[in-house]
Design a protein around this ligand. Structure first.
Ligand code: HEM
Length: 342
């Protein structure tokens, strides 16, 4: 991505870029590699189907049972589900054949490889041969992993860059930290843990623009919430976005971008109150949170190392929900190359 952008920004010049399509390719590529060991081109079909599905889901009528009606949208949603399934099945069949050919000589360190290998080990060694997953279950795991992981991370990187394009002081502080830690080289794992300011910027971005604005829990027992008694089995929605901007938790500047509030860590930013959960909480907390934070740190570090970002006059600030919290009219910024001091 950096070399692609370097080609389009002329020396001493500037270029107006919509970040969104670029970041979608970036995170889709990263997740395709982590999940299937494949590249963007191979995962592209899944990516296009997911885009179409998100749009359709947002358009669909939010009434119980409405998804069962034989409407054009519902028919297309079903077709997409089938296409996704057969696309992932194709990737898995190809892998199983390769594993057979290589006679387990090579191990694959992507999600699919780990799932298939641990699965065949469990079937071979397990007392109960039914413990292994069926191919159907492997397909479902891969499908969910891909869909849960790619768009949310591009949304995080996009809002972080938009916020930094509006807060140029914060952008320059982050760049100085990155240049101090990395100089001109690419980041490695140890470098990333030393990027404190970048980490604070990402935490603050997730507070103001959590990619998932709400998530749900079904009550396991009758529960009292203030004066209301909720029966067992009721679904409760937890409004992450509202809690993240609640002035009782975050103070009068709750709506302002202030990464410094995380300088002493997450717990002290909320004065010990339970008010920050961009990745959910409890036993079903996001399993990809470390992956997402690492990926976002690498992306910010490499982008800020090479480019400056300024908000474009054509950018219109309208966050809107298409499954995740996106920018309705695009994420246009003005890109310039960082001037390297001698
Ligand atoms: C900024 C990026 C991300 C955000 C904000 C995010 C957010 C979330 C949230 C809010 C949940 C629901 C948690 C709950 O119910 O308590 C979740 C679940 C999940 N996420 Fe993420 N996620 C991100 C990236 C990823 C990535 C990169 C992956 C995969 C590599 C991933 C895989 C999953 C999976 C598999 C679940 C379901 C866990 C379960 O039900 O046990 N997520 N995520």
């Amino acid at each position: 991505m950096v070399s692609k952008w370097e080609k389009i920004v002329t020396e001493n010049g500037s270029y107006e870029l919509d970040l969104w399509p670029n970041l979608e390719i970036l995170t889709s590529n990263a997740l395709s590699k982590a999940a299937f060991g494949s590249n963007y081109e191979e995962g592209k079909k899944l990516f296009d189907l997911q885009m179409e599905l998100s749009e359709l889901v947002m358009k669909s009528f939010p009434l119980p049972g409405a998804s069962l009606l034989p409407t054009k949208t519902n028919r297309r949603v079903k077709e997409i589900a089938k296409e996704v399934r057969s696309s992932i099945e194709g990737i898995i069949t190809k892998r199983l054949k390769a594993m057979e050919r290589e006679n387990a000589g090579i191990s694959y360190d992507d999600l699919l490889g780990v799932l298939l290998e641990s699965n065949s080990r469990q079937i071979k060694e397990g007392v109960n041969k039914n413990l292994g997953m069926s191919i159907e279950e492997v397909i479902e795991e891969c499908e969910f992993f891909y869909f849960a992981g790619h768009e949310s991370t591009s949304v995080l990187i996009m809002w972080a860059l938009i916020l930094l394009s509006k807060h140029l002081d914060g952008q320059e502080r982050a760049r100085q930290e990155i240049l101090q830690v990395l100089g001109g080289k690419k980041p490695d794992f140890d470098d990333l843990s030393r990027l404190k300011i970048v980490n604070m910027i990402l935490l603050e971005t997730l507070r103001l623009y959590p990619p998932g604005v709400t998530f749900a829990r079904v009550l396991g027992e009758t529960t009292k919430l203030g004066n209301i008694t909720l029966p067992c089995g009721v679904q409760v929605n937890i409004p992450t976005l509202f809690v993240h901007r609640d002035q009782e938790i975050w103070g009068n500047n709750a709506n302002e971008f202030n990464p410094e509030r995380f300088s002493e860590g997450v717990a002290s930013s909320t004065n010990g109150k339970f008010g920050y959960f961009p990745f959910g909480f409890g036993p079903r907390v996001c399993i990809g949170q470390n992956f997402a934070m690492l990926e976002a740190k690498v992306a910010l570090a490499m982008f800020l190392q090479h480019f400056t970002f300024e908000i474009s006059p054509s950018y219109v600030h309208v966050p809107y929900l298409v499954v995740t919290l996106q920018a309705q009219y695009g994420a246009q910024v003005i890109l310039r190359k960082v001037v390297k001091s001698e």
